[in-house]
Design a protein around this ligand. Structure first.
Ligand code: SF4
Length: 434
């Protein structure tokens, strides 16, 4: 079977760095995965991805080391548990993210995340876009993920029984990071889908191939962009997608439920360990687990009585939380371990940085990206690392250089504090961090 890499992208498939192998990404709306889905994912990893999977910093799943002939069967297995990879790569509305699973409003925002997922996935009006289109729905501003989305929704208030969201637009990272701007404050949920439809349509119509929405807004200005949106929205009605009954998948907020987390270094999870996590979800968390944007797995337990047994089961499965790799928040993209774009072995570098850092470093959030694409969102970490280039030594060997980002204000992105560090200089910087 001959596979066209360009056509595969819309199915969430990328060629891996190693010829003949593919990466298969899977959308997980809001990061919420049922125990049954987790078991199927573990089965796929075991059969087709060398027994392992990668949790991404957008709460999705990636299988690496997949052979082309396995792709149709993986698609079939995903569909059997209601999962899809459609639009997980390429010019489409990507997986809908919730980065605030520990905030009170999370049960509500994950419902909206699933509505948006169902509305925008595999709909030809929202595919074939100039580039990717990213949406998040968050329960508050704590994680600042709204700053880096094409559309970022943040739960603002409940008015007359309807949830209202602040709508942010045109953020993005990559070579030219740009924070989103506030498009409209406290918008009722019924107006959200027509608005996003209009944003996607304007984006498709006015943006050259290969460019993100931030490019269009830079060209037109915020006022020009708003004018285009108004034209598109003229005559459009609000669109309510009411629930016949509550479909909040995870248990309610903290006063009744309890949250525990399994730290997964670099999001690299063995299939056998995912099976154990699925069993814990089934026994103690109402049958669901949550993939967090920190590449960990969270559980919203049914009651306080579940906490002791769940924590004990996690410890028995090797998620005791004692190791630095589990304790320190450190997002890690696949880098040149698997990604074609990667300039350095990000997991190896992250391990070296973890070993080098002092107590002050342990208390900070970290992220490393293997190239300027910044998939692990280093500009949102307190300390971010981007592999910026390769330089040749006198023997012709190529070595990575690292830019170190520091983020000091919650409503902005991290900026480079030091650039083009060697690995030794990077490790020294991690050690010295105050
Ligand atoms: S940041 Fe670069 S190296 Fe890392 S996953 Fe993204 S494209 Fe690949």
């Amino acid at each position: 079977m001959t596979l066209d890499p360009q056509k595969l992208r819309i199915e969430g498939t990328y060629e891996q760095r190693q010829p003949g192998y593919f990466m298969q990404r899977v959308k997980v709306p809001g990061g919420v995965l049922s125990a049954e889905q987790a078991l199927k994912v573990a089965e796929i990893a075991e059969r087709f991805a060398r027994g392992s999977l990668h949790l991404t910093s957008r709460g999705s799943i990636e299988f690496h080391w997949v052979e082309g002939r396995a792709l149709p069967e993986i698609g079939r297995m995903l569909a059997s548990v209601g999962l899809t990879s459609r639009g997980a790569c390429g010019g489409a509305v990507r997986g809908i993210v919730c980065s605030t699973p520990f905030l009170e409003g999370y049960p509500s925002v994950q419902v909206l995340a699933r509505k948006l997922h169902h509305h925008f996935t595999q709909n030809p009006h929202f595919e074939g876009l100039p580039k990717k289109f990213k949406i998040c729905v968050d329960a508050g501003y704590r994680e600042s993920r709204h700053l880096i989305q094409d559309v970022g929704l943040v739960l603002a208030e409940t008015k007359d029984g309807e949830e209202c969201y602040d709508v942010w637009a045109a953020g993005g990272l990559g070579r030219e990071p740009h924070p989103a701007f506030l498009l409209e404050g406290s918008m009722p949920e019924g107006r959200i889908i027509p608005l996003i439809e209009a944003v996607v349509t304007v984006y498709r119509r006015h943006t050259p191939p290969g460019k993100r929405l931030k490019h269009l807004v830079r060209e037109k200005g915020q006022d020009g962009f708003r004018a285009l949106l108004q034209e598109e929205l003229a005559g459009k009605e609000d669109l309510y997608l009411p629930d016949g009954f509550g479909k909040q998948l995870t248990p309610p907020p903290p006063e009744q439920g309890v949250r525990v987390e399994a730290g997964v270094f670099a999001g690299e999870l063995a299939a056998a360990r995912l099976v154990t996590l699925a069993e814990i979800a089934a026994l103690h968390a109402g049958g669901f687990l949550v993939i967090t944007c920190e590449q960990n797995v969270a559980f919203h337990l049914l009651s306080l009585a579940d906490q002791g047994p769940a924590v004990a089961a996690l410890a028995e499965a090797g998620f005791g939380g004692d190791a630095r790799e589990e304790r320190v928040t450190f997002r890690v993209c696949p880098g040149n371990h698997e990604c074609k774009m990667g300039l350095a072995p990000t997991r190896d570098v992250a391990r070296r940085v973890l070993e080098a850092m002092g107590p002050a470093g342990e208390r900070k959030s970290w992220a490393i990206a293997g190239c300027h694409n910044s998939c692990s969102q280093p500009q949102l970490a307190e300390v971010g690392i981007v592999v910026s280039k390769l330089v040749k030594d006198e023997n012709g060997e190529r070595h990575p250089r690292f830019d170190l980002y520091r983020r000091s204000c919650a409503d902005g992105l991290g900026i480079p504090a030091r650039q083009e560090l060697s690995l030794a200089e990077l490790l020294a910087a991690a050690q010295e961090l105050a």
